[in-house]
Structures are given as structure tokens and as C-alpha cells.
Design a protein around this ligand. Structure first.
Ligand code: GRF
Length: 206
């Protein structure tokens, strides 16, 4: 049974999808710690409702980004966390954190990487960019986190149709429902089963 630590900043619907999938069985994992970068994030309520240990660790309370990241590392290491799941976490992590959990941090991005990703592409901006580009298909990507924003090895992707009268909000909802909440729990399951191997920067399923 692996222990998952989640980093959140907002609503936590992806966290919820992972919790629900674990409840259904077949995923040998447990979410045992949830850390939010913001007070009042609804994701914390979701953790509390399940009796999952949770806390707020805010970047602005630290003098340097490295100190903040070391605090996060300490929190998760003290709890023997095996996998870090970024679930709508709005802070870009640096090497202090990433090196400590190499190949054990995963993220979901609401587009088909390498499209509409990288610095500045978050939240509704991703979907605005997709609509402005006129793509007919978008989707979501689960990937390992490396020091390059949204550029780590891709684990799973799922495509979603873009419709002519979509707004960023409508498209965001469709991408969540049809892709994010499906592939994030699936990626967690594959990781828990030790079925993900990274070979030359490419994820192979074993
Ligand atoms: C999702 O769109 C996810 O792809 C992105 O941030 C959003 C988080 O939503 N990384 P939630 O907090 O999981 O509801």
C-alpha cells in the first residue's frame, strides 16, 4: 500500500476523483496527507470530510522559495509519503522539492501536452488558448514533474472534443469530466502497481 501526499490550492475535484477511485477498490494506495498553499481551499474540506490529515503551508510565510520547499519536504518525509500528487496546486515547485521526490511527483494539466502548457498556462488560460488556436480536440495530460514546467515524462493523455460554441468555462468543465477525473485516478493506480517505468525520458507501461 503506497502513501499519497496531495498538494492543493483550490477546489480539489481531482483529489476527490482519486479518493473516490481508491474507495471503489483496485488501487493499492491511501491519501494520508493533504497540504494546501492557501487557507480556505475547498480541497481541505474534502480532506477533513475523509479524516485525512491536512494543513496549510504558505509560500509567503517563508523568506526564500528554498525554505518553503524544504518545509514541504519535511512534512511529507515525516509522514513517509511515497507519491506526491499535485491536484490543482498553484505554486511552481523548484529543485529543492523535486530532487527529493524524483520520479515520485505527478501532475495533471488540462491540455494535450506539448500544446498549451508551460509558464503562464494555468486554469482558464489554458482553455482560452485552445479556443483562440481553434483546435478541434484538446484534453488532459498526467505527467511526472521535473524542473521544466509541464515538460516531464507523459504518463497518460485523453482527448476531448472542442465544440464551436464553447466558452473557456464550458470547455474546462468538459475536460475535467471527460478526461481529468478519468486519467488521474488511472495514473495513480498504475503508479501504485509499480507499472510505470521511465526509459530515456519516456514512460513505458510494464
Ligand atoms: C484542474 O483543471 C487541473 O488540470 C489543473 O488545476 C485544476 C484543478 O482543479 N492543474 P481541482 O482543484 O482539482 O478541482
Amino acid at each position: 500500500m503506497i502513501k499519497i501526499g496531495a498538494l492543493v490550492s483550490g477546489g480539489g475535484t481531482n483529489l476527490q476523483a482519486i479518493l473516490d477511485a481508491i474507495d471503489k477498490g483496485g488501487t493499492d494506495a491511501e491519501v494520508t496527507a493533504v497540504v494546501s498553499s492557501k487557507e480556505g481551499a475547498y480541497a481541505l474540506e474534502r480532506a477533513r470530510a475523509r479524516g485525512i490529515e491536512n494543513t496549510v503551508i504558505r509560500k509567503k510565510d517563508f523568506n526564500a522559495a528554498g525554505d518553503y520547499e524544504r518545509a514541504l519536504v519535511k512534512y511529507f518525509k515525516e509522514r513517509n509519503i511515497d507519491l506526491i500528487v499535485l491536484a490543482g496546486f498553484m505554486v511552481v515547485l523548484g529543485s529543492e522539492f523535486i530532487n527529493e521526490f524524483e520520479n515520485r511527483i505527478i501532475n495533471i494539466h488540462p491540455a494535450l501536452i506539448p500544446s498549451f502548457c508551460g509558464k503562464g498556462y494555468y486554469g482558464l488560460r489554458v482553455h482560452e488558448a485552445a479556443l483562440n488556436a481553434g483546435v478541434k480536440i484538446t484534453g488532459a495530460t498526467v505527467h511526472f514533474v521535473t524542473a521544466d514546467c509541464d515538460a516531464g515524462p507523459i504518463i497518460l493523455q485523453k482527448a476531448v472534443e472542442v465544440k464551436d460554441d464553447d466558452t473557456p468555462e464550458i470547455l474546462q468543465k468538459r475536460v475535467m469530466e471527460q478526461a481529468e477525473w478519468v486519467i488521474y485516478p488511472e495514473a495513480v493506480k498504475l503508479f501504485a502497481q509499480n507499472r510505470l517505468k521511465i526509459v530515456d525520458g519516456i514512460v513505458k507501461r510494464v
